[in-house]
Write a protein of this length. Structure first.
Length: 486
């Protein structure tokens, strides 16, 4: 019976130890009791190789001891003390050989059982895996093929084992690249597709192609190197993606139609409003001195409402443009932000008598190159929200100031109220289109004003932020560059 390499190591080591003893005995010094070293060698042989090499090592140790302890000039003649030592070495060597050999055999059998169990579990896992599992050797031949691969590719396991993978499941247009890649891997040890998820077309037995996702690994075993791939049919996913893309296209088309409608409607609505405002101004110029104060006040209120309606339509038109991916055409000129904020506060004060709306200007002027209509509309939206969300009245403070940081000099306007506040969970999404705070359902609003304000301010190179505590109040802050931004 052929001995394994591990069965040769122990006896070889024992023989080497015995030769060392012979050399020492002949040239340097005689060791009186070599038994411990012999026993260690026998133990090592049993641990490494099992029972057979342990018994061989024990026999070598006993044979050497029989020679080593014999009386000089009288081979195999022993004194009483040497006889006792020889007997102890013989008994100890055999006993240790048997014990370590049996222990090693049991450990080896246990390891083999664990290995068989592991292989059984692996085989069961491979058999029931939802993904196809395919292995290939260095020659490109299929060596493993699980039932999911049967179902996916239409080939039975017994029909594909040993076949070239390229000719079996790879479309013809990819086969040369596959073979070249395998050849380069064998030459360089590098494979660009190893350890990555890739998507590619595969070939079914009936000739049709279908999309797959696969991940390939190179595996090194005692039998050599091989490749294993986990393959997933992504036909359903591709169909879903195509359906989603078609649906997205339809939605985008619907949004474009909506935006076109809003643009047309805004234009058509602004025309009669402009006419109404023109007639109001004409009436006040011609008959203003003869009109009763109540009539003049009513005309002023109609003018303000018409102006507000025009602003809302303009805001709606801006939102439609922004949502369609367009940028606003800004009509910038030198504009004093303090003057704009004062006008917004005064206008709000007239329509919100229960509120105390004050302007605190820490700089007399804040002049920058901005579109006054868009900036005023953004500030009006913030002040209007402050009024709406503090319906019981109270103080609203509009603050205008100048700030400087490492990015430049900024004009800063904040609007602070003591209203219902905004829940913390809503703050990150507050500037999203149509989003409104969870506690604001009873307050009239569309959810488009803040988004429009944010995008108008950002197009000026500025930003808008919010701080709020539910039940305490809210502060919106607008920052606009006083210097041109790069």
């Amino acid at each position: 019976m052929r001995m394994r390499r591990s069965e040769i190591v122990g006896p070889a080591l024992t023989a080497a130890v015995l030769l060392v003893f012979l050399l020492l005995d002949a040239t340097v010094i005689r060791i009186q009791n070599p038994a411990p070293i012999f026993l260690i060698a026998v133990t090592f042989a049993g641990y490494v190789g099992g029972l057979r090499p342990a018994l061989v090592s024990a026999a070598l140790a006993i044979a050497f001891s029989a020679y080593y302890f014999s009386i000089p000039g009288q081979p195999f003649s022993y004194s009483l003390g040497d006889q006792a030592r020889l007997a102890s070495i013989a008994i100890g060597s055999v006993a240790i050989a048997v014990l370590t050999g049996i222990l090693r055999e049991r450990l080896l059998r246990a390891e083999q059982r664990q290995l068989r169990d592991s292989e059984t579990r692996l085989r069961a896992t491979v058999e029931v895996a939802l993904d196809a599992l395919i292995s290939m050797d260095l020659a490109g031949a299929i060596t493993e093929w699980n039932p999911s691969a049967d179902a996916m590719f239409g080939w039975r396991r017994q029909d594909v084992l040993g076949r070239e993978m390229a000719a079996t499941i790879i479309p013809e247009r990819y086969r040369d690249a596959h073979r070249d890649g395998l050849r380069r891997y064998l030459e360089t040890g590098r494979g660009p597709v190893l350890g990555r998820r890739i998507e590619i077309e595969a070939l079914h037995r009936d000739g049709h192609e279908f999309p797959i996702e696969l991940a390939i690994s190179a595996i090194e075993t005692s039998a050599g190197r091989s490749f294993t791939a986990f393959v997933r049919d992504i036909s359903a996913r591709r169909r879903l993606e195509a359906a989603q893309a078609a649906a997205l296209g339809q939605v985008q088309q619907a949004l474009r139609l909506r935006d076109d409608f809003l643009s047309a409607a805004a234009h058509d609505l602004k025309t009669p409003l402009t006419s109404v405002r023109g007639h109001l101004q004409l009436m006040r110029r011609r008959f203003g001195d003869s009109m009763p104060p109540q009539v003049l006040a009513s005309l002023a209120e109609v003018d303000r409402s018409t102006s507000r309606m025009t602003d809302l339509i303009s805001e709606l038109l801006d939102v439609a443009r922004l949502q369609s991916g367009q940028t606003l055409t800004l009509h910038t000129r030198e504009t004093d932000l303090v003057s704009l904020a004062r006008g917004v506060a005064e206008s709000a004060r007239r329509t919100a008598p229960r509120h105390s709306i004050e302007l605190e200007a820490h700089s007399p002027t804040l002049v920058g190159m901005w579109d006054p209509a868009r900036v005023e509309r953004a500030l009006t939206n913030l002040v209007s929200n402050a009024v709406k969300y503090s319906s019981s009245g109270g103080e609203i403070v509009v603050t205008a100031d100048r700030q400087t940081d490492d990015k430049g000099t900024w004009a800063v306007v904040s609007v602070r109220d003591h209203g219902i506040g905004i829940p913390a969970a809503d703050l990150p999404r507050l500037f999203n289109r149509f989003h409104r705070g969870a506690n604001a359902k009873e307050v009239e609003g569309t959810g488009i004003g803040l988004e429009a304000a944010r995008r108008m301010i950002e197009q000026h190179g500025g930003n808008i932020s919010v701080e709020s505590v539910e039940g305490v109040g809210t502060t919106f802050t607008v920052r606009l560059p006083l210097e041109s931004r790069p």
